[in-house]
Every structure is written in structure tokens, then in C-alpha cells.
Design a binder for this molecule. Structure first.
Ligand code: TXA
Ligand code: MG
Length: 309
């Protein structure tokens, strides 16, 4: 069945209400939506993405009251949501029954997010919880434009909302708020320092111990087809077979160069630059190293994952 392209959020609402799959923009990346209480619709999301069944989905809802429809609120969850919802933050909480079992991949917790902008309008319009993983084929970079969704999922999903490019460009911060000590499972544009302003004990996951992990972090992620290397400017190795992505002006000789205005711009343009390098059939991508605790933490996490083989 051909995928419907629409600019009208009410078409997206209608497709979702009818049990279909529809991609739409959030402030982070495009998500592939389906009704979270409809097992067949959720299955269609896993099928379209080619997503492993052991990787649970994020449930998107309109407000804190709706969070309590799918999860048991905790003190830390409430603090985080009051500070950052609607916005690019996902909280993991004890799950309530009623979701399609595949949503949580059999875990007793559920990841919940209140998105902003067009996504909030759509979730409000549906009036029920909506799963929305990033709208890419599993293993590919998350889509930041509707064209990237089309490239990955044309003919595999019911509809795509043709919204604007996404503002942030990397996926939400995921925080396990099920206990007294919140743990950042996936860094994002909401930083650990911002989280500590409301939950002083919050910490990063210790990926060394293998115990506290977001299930999705086990899988290879965010990767273009070209080989990605994280480099400093002085180690750049230009060539017509290579793309450069960074904030510094690179030496001459790259097949493609994306020079970003600042770190936010780097995050916003990274996945699109990956896809452009693949479209130009370049075989190498050099991404400029970033270090720091702010958005740098999220950005360097995505760079590291893309570079992992
Ligand atoms: O910004 C975002 O979060 C985007 C937009 C569309 O909202 N969504 C997104 O979804 O990135 P996805 O499915 O690509 O990533 C969800 C992440 C995965 O790493 C998954 O393992 C983790 O959240 N996750 C989901 N449920 C979880 C749970 N119960 N416990 C721990 N991690 C969970
Ligand atoms: Mg994803």
C-alpha cells in the first residue's frame, strides 16, 4: 500500500486513530506513531522498522495526568516531568497494565515522554497513548526530515506527516526515574546538570557494569553505511571519498564538508549529514571530536556509537 504524504496534522490523527502507522515530527527526531494499546498497530511498527522485539518503545502522551494512565508516578518522575515536560526528556517508570505487551518488551517499566509542538498537537488529538520510536529502519540514523523517513520507510508505513526539519536533531534524554536515584540511560539535550537541578542525586548509567542499560543501547545504532571515525581537526585526512562533519573549517579536499555554527547546530545536522554522505556514496566520514558535560555528552555518545563497528 502506498504511503500517504500529508501536511495536515489532523490526517495524522485520523490514521493513528484508525489503527495505522504514521510518522510525524517531534522536537528531537521524527517518530513512527501507533496506538500503544493496539497490539496489531504496535506490531506494525516493529515490522516496518525491522526492530528487534527485545527493544521497548517510548510511549508519548499529552500531559502528566496521561502519564499516570500508563505508568505509576514516582517522586523523581514527577519532579522531572514538572521541570521538563513537554520537552525532549523521557522518563522510565513502573508500567501499568493495558499497553500492548510488546511496547515494554516484557519489562515491568515503561518509557514515557510528553513531546512539544506538532507532536503534542497530534497526541492530544488522538487522546490516547501513542508509541513513537524514531522513524528509521533499525540500525540507520534517526530521521530529522520527512524526506529521511520516506527514504527508509516508503511503502512500509501508512502515512508521513511532512513537517519541518526537527529542531534538536538527536533523540531525547532517557532517565530511569523508577527509584530514588534517577539514572540517565541515554544522554540528550536535557543535560545531567539540568536534571540535577531538580534531582540532585541523579547520575549517569555506569555502562561498565552491564546492569543498568537502556535495552536499545545493546544494539548498533545511529550508523550510516560509510565508516565513521571520530577525529581532532589536526588529524583530519581529507579525500574525495570522505565527508567531514564538525564545527571547525576542515582542510580542503573532502567530497562533502558540513561545517556547523556551534554544538547545537552540530547535533541538529549530524544525522542528515550522515545520510547525505551515504547518498553521495562516500566510504568514509570523519566527525570532529567534542568533549564536555552539556550537549557535548549527548553528541559524543552518538558519534561514538556511529563509529562503533
Ligand atoms: O527523542 C526520542 O526519544 C524519539 C522521539 C520520536 O520521541 N524516540 C526515540 O525512540 O528515540 P527509540 O525507540 O528510537 O528509542 C527509545 C529508547 C531505546 O534506547 C529503548 O531501549 C529505551 O528508549 N527504552 C524504552 N523503554 C525502556 C524501558 N522500559 N527501560 C529502559 N529503556 C527503555
Ligand atoms: Mg531509535
Amino acid at each position: 500500500m502506498p504511503t500517504l504524504l500529508t501536511r495536515d496534522p489532523s490526517d495524522a490523527v485520523a490514521v493513528l486513530e484508525g489503527g495505522g502507522t504514521c510518522a510525524f515530527p517531534t522536537e528531537t527526531v521524527y517518530g513512527l506513531g501507533a496506538l500503544a494499546r493496539d497490539a496489531e498497530a504496535v506490531e506494525a511498527v516493529f515490522q516496518a522498522k525491522g526492530r528487534p522485539g527485545d527493544n521497548p518503545l517510548i510511549v508519548h502522551v499529552a500531559d502528566l495526568e496521561a502519564v499516570e494512565g500508563v505508568a505509576t508516578m514516582t517522586e523523581m518522575g514527577r519532579r522531572l516531568l514538572e521541570a521538563f515536560a513537554p520537552g525532549p526528556l523521557t522518563v522510565v517508570l513502573p508500567a501499568r497494565s493495558g499497553l500492548a505487551p510488546t511496547v515494554t518488551a516484557g519489562l515491568d517499566t515503561v518509557a514515557v515522554r510528553v513531546p512539544s509542538g506538532i507532536a503534542l498537537e497530534i497526541v492530544r488529538g488522538v487522546g490516547a497513548p501513542v508509541v513513537a520510536p524514531s522513524a528509521n529502519r533499525s540500525g540507520r540514523p534517526s530521521p530529522t526530515t520527512w524526506q529521511a523517513v520516506l527514504e527508509d520507510l516508503d511503502g512500509r508505513i501508512d502515512a508521513i506527516m511532512q513537517g519541518p526539519p526537527t529542531a534538536i536533531g538527536i533523540e531525547s534524554t532517557v532517565v530511569d526515574a523508577s527509584s530514588r536515584t534517577p539514572v540517565v540511560l541515554r544522554p540528550g539535550s536535557v543535560t545531567l546538570a539540568q536534571i540535577r537541578d531538580v534531582c540532585p542525586d541523579a547520575r549517569n548509567a555506569d555502562h561498565g557494569d552491564g546492569t543498568i542499560r537502556s535495552p536499545g543501547t545493546r544494539h548498533r545504532h545511529y550508523a550510516p553505511r560509510a565508516t565513521v571515525t571520530v577525529v581532532d581537526l589536526e588529524d583530519a585526512q581529507p579525500g574525495s571519498d570522505a565527508a567531514w562533519i564538525g564545527v571547525s573549517e576542515p582542510p580542503d579536499g573532502y567530497g562533502l564538508a558540513t561545517v556547523c555554527a556551534d554544538l547545537e547546530d552540530y547535533a541538529r545536522r549530524l544525522y542528515d549529514a550522515f545520510r547525505r554522505a551515504d547518498a553521495h556514496e562516500l566510504t568514509r566520514i570523519e566527525v570532529e571530536r567534542v568533549e564536555g558535560d552539556g550537549i557535548e555528552a549527548a553528541l559524543s555518545d552518538r558519534l561514538r556509537r556511529a563509529a562503533a563497528r
